[in-house]
Write a protein of this length. Sequence first.
Length: 726
Amino acid sequence: MQLERRSGTAPAEQIIDLRQLFAVVWRAKWRILTFTFLCGVLAVFVLLNMSPLYRSTATLLIEAQQARAIKIDEVYGFNSAQQEFYLTQFEVLKSRTIAEEVFDILQVAQHPEYQPKPSKLAEFKQLLPFLPAEEAPDPELAAIGLRRGQLNKFVSNISINPIRRTQLVQISFTAEDPRLAQAVANAIGEAYMNSQLNARFGITQKANTWLGGRVAELRERLDESERRLEEFKADNGLVDVEGVTALDQRELENLNEQLTEARARKAETEGFLALVRRSGRNDISRLESLPEITSHISIQNVKREVLLAERKVAETSKVFGPKHPRMISAQAELAAVQQSLQQQILRLIDGVEKEAEAAAERLAGLEQRFAQVRSRFSGLGSLESDYRRLEREVETNRLLYDNFMARQKETEVTGDFDAPLARFTDLAILPTQPFKPNKKLLLLLVLVGSFGLGVVVTLIFDALNDTIKTPDDAEKLLKRRSLGFIPRVKQKLTKQQIARMFFNKEQRYFREAVSNIRTSVSLLSLEHETKVILVTSSVAGEGKTTVAINTGFAFSALERVLIIDADMRKPTLGEKLDIPAYQPGLANILAGINNLAECVVRDEESGIDILAAGAVPLNPLELLASEKMAELLTGLKEQYDRIIIDSPPVQAVSDALQLAPLTDAVIVVVKADHTRTPAIANTLARIIQAHGNVFGVVLNQMDVNKAAAHYGNYGYYGVYGENKTS
């Protein structure tokens, strides 16, 4: 799996290349299909050995309002209108008690499906008689464990599913025997209804017994309270407490009103007498001016007569003289009227005095009477309070007695009335089709799942595969130019044949690929001189020697070429080019044993010169680091146009790092889909650190067909050659 980056002014965004993902899956199609086929075969084997399971379902209606002869919800202690009631009933249906009751009634333990089967481990141990026999378990414990296991399996096959927004609940049971599934589903509903009826009947009997005892006790308390009330009435001579208290209360109210009036009248008369005493009893003129006197009706009448007499005297005096009989008569009449006025005033004062005395006496009598009545009323209040207390006690005991008596009668009447809490709306029927397994669906799921798993695993392994697979990978992951690739040779050839593959006319892929590498190096040589080229790799077995030889063959058509085998630890160049092992080489020259002319060998087929490794020295690194190596390369540059050095792997030894500064270019050979990227990156870093000029990377043994399917058309050269030949 590779990620591409979009270029542009926008920030870099990683996208998934779906074509590459599909190519990865397509490349592994046969492995994925094989894995899918094997999983399918295994699934078929397992499915054929699976027993079909049947499920039967009964539907139960749980009544919110039960049919009752008399409503006695209080006795049973629940409110069926609440939602918690239904949730409780669902949990009761799921209870282990009901399941165990059905388990025993139907004798499920004797059914073949619930008989214990020997385990695979026990069967295997029977085949090995030399193993020590296990100690026999306690029979009682073994029986308990067997029953518990059977019951657990039985409970696990029960399914209780309430239907949303209804009072219906579905009771299902799954079994290998369809008749057992039907019987258990119906039996669970029957057991639930019977358990509810039994519970209700037990509650009713307990309530009836308890109520009977309480009723007798309450009857005794009622009789005792009534007896105390009657004794109280007899002791205090009470017949109608309410009537007596009402009369006393009205009398107190009347006396209170009379007292108020008497006090007001007394205060009024005493105030009048006080004015009289202040004015003087004999001073008639001052008394006449008092409003209390002038406002009296008798005084007002006399005053009118006085006014009339005075008017008559005044009128007569205008006509007659003082001694005239009419004048004398008028004056005598005025004197008589004034005398009458004085007498009326005196009589009024005397009357008021007598009235004040009478008011005082009446007030004293009323106050005495009021005190007597109030004292008597207070005594009646205390009696009434005691009477009311005894009366309330009687009423309370009577109310409790009546309620408990009513409940007892209800429980007695409903004790034998079995109103079911639930009923069947649909009984379980005998299933004819297996509930599970759905073998076709399971097989399809296994095939789809195994195929998907294969695809996922393939993509994961491809994502984890950090090897270099194509020249594009080399440039993207290693950040180095790709000089080309060498296609994988599928034919079984010898080392010598592979070394001279460049001249094999049947391997046009190979020849064109090597020529492409030569062209890349030549074009890059236009800017920098690359007479001395070091060919190395990260690890052994990547084909660096084959690349070095065939690249030399490609350059030999245009230039004078020398190939040097600098791998003096494990030399293979001479073996691949049929050079005898005793042939002196680079080690002999550096050691000063032989000269250059004695060590260089001409390859007749290609015309290139070859300098083998020679005798394997004890200190190859010291020889390569000597001044003679640098002097040798300087002299060889004057004789050859291209010098190609085959060196040991960088990760194995540091010989290549010693030679890198002495060369013009370093070519790193990478085996396609083999060497991991971190190892190659480390090799490149070490070469650069050694001041080597890394020219590029050559991808060796690349599967052209796979790379073409996965990354692009890398088979162009072969196709071109074939078309040209045809």
